[in-house]
Design a protein around this ligand. Structure first.
Ligand SMILES: [Zn+2]
Length: 356
């Protein structure tokens, strides 16, 4: 049985982790984090579920990690991501599971963000022999396919020297995430919401010789959670892309590494079907945001006087034990731990950690 050292996995170990998940018929949750509370909660959740896990930061999440008050916002996006990755390199091993460090959507405007993180990653690589991140995402799905793939090829060239992997996007995931994308327009023609297998084949042809990559394909998935019926998930689109590459190149089953964006609020059967078509990563952001915030709301509601007075003006009760931020932040962390048990169950990753 394949076993990897616990902690952040990169390079050949990352490829092994992805291949093992696909061969084992399960996928890993990819959870957006914005600070040490959410990051630690995700590590704890993975340890409890005995599942390996993907931690990712959006550009806004990285900025928040560095501190919303940091004067240079661009630097904050770069250094916040670096800080989160270093946090994980230091602590993840202690949780006894494998952790993938990744960054989320970077559109054309954010290419310099990815390049600046690579500059930091190269310094880290020089010192440690390991990349800082396992992978980054470049989402140029709003550009022409030629621009999308040539930029992805250029960046992957640089990344593969350190054994890093690139996630690309083909077809547009609906909804908006952290300023990237747009709010879902229910009346719009949604053919763009479905990735074309020919585009996937083109990406495979161009990127396979350069390095390891994965594809966020659109099959009706959207970011955010909307009322039921608005979204028609068509996982068979993923199967068609796999079949086309398999047939053209005579590869084995499910040659592509596929990523499911907008996993929040999805039905279990559609998730299982998508995983069967080679999805190894499902992004969950909206659901874990709610899981983090909901217990805080309940805690404040149940202890409302402790959030108005340090000492109760009526009976002199001291409230220090209740307004200590660790109280409600711990409740928030526990919310994420609980929600992710369900995600690991849905994705089949529960109990499947290959850390040994
Ligand atoms: Zn996404």
């Amino acid at each position: 049985m394949t076993q990897l050292k616990p902690g952040v996995v990169t390079g050949e170990d990352y490829k092994t982790l992805v291949a093992t998940a696909k061969a084992g018929g399960y996928a890993l949750p990819a959870v957006n984090v914005t600070g040490t509370n959410t990051l630690n909660a995700v590590l704890e959740a993975a340890a409890v579920a005995k599942s390996d896990i993907i931690v990712q930061l959006s550009n806004g999440g990285a900025q928040f990690y560095a501190g919303q008050g940091m004067p240079d916002g661009f630097q904050a996006k770069v250094l916040g991501a670096v800080a989160a990755a270093q946090h994980a390199h230091l602590l993840a091993e202690q949780y006894g599971i494998c952790v993938v460090m990744h960054t989320d959507h970077a559109n054309k405007k954010l290419i310099p963000w990815v390049e600046a993180m690579l500059t930091e990653g190269e310094k880290f690589y020089e010192k440690t022999g390991k990349p800082l991140f396992s992978s980054h995402m470049l989402d140029l799905s709003e550009e022409t396919i030629d621009f999308n793939l040539s930029e992805c090829a250029r960046i992957l060239e640089r990344m593969s020297k350190m054994g890093m992997s690139l996630e690309i996007e083909l077809g547009v995931t609906g909804g908006e995430e952290d300023g990237v994308g747009s709010d879902i327009d229910e009346s719009a023609d949604n053919s763009k919401l479905y990735t074309q297998p020919e585009d996937v084949l083109q990406a495979y042809d161009k990127l396979t010789p350069i390095g390891h990559f994965s594809v966020a394909a659109s099959f009706g998935n959207v970011h955010g959670v909307y009322k039921p019926g608005n979204v028609k998930l068509r996982p068979e689109i993923l199967r068609n892309s796999q079949a086309l590459v398999e047939e053209r190149h005579g590869t084995g089953h499910n040659p592509l590494n596929l990523v499911f964006h907008g996993g929040s609020g999805s039905e279990k059967e559609k998730i299982t079907e998508a995983v069967g078509y080679g999805v190894f990563k499902m992004n969950i952001d909206t659901d874990t945001q709610f899981a983090f915030s909901q217990p805080v709301g309940s805690f404040v509601e149940a202890n409302s006087r402790a959030f108005k007075y340090q000492i109760d003006p009526d009976d002199g009760t001291p409230y220090k034990k209740l307004y200590d931020p660790r109280k409600y932040l711990r409740a928030a962390e526990t919310g994420i731990v609980t929600r992710l048990q369900e995600a690991c169950e849905d994705l089949g990753s529960k109990g499947k950690s290959i850390a040994g």
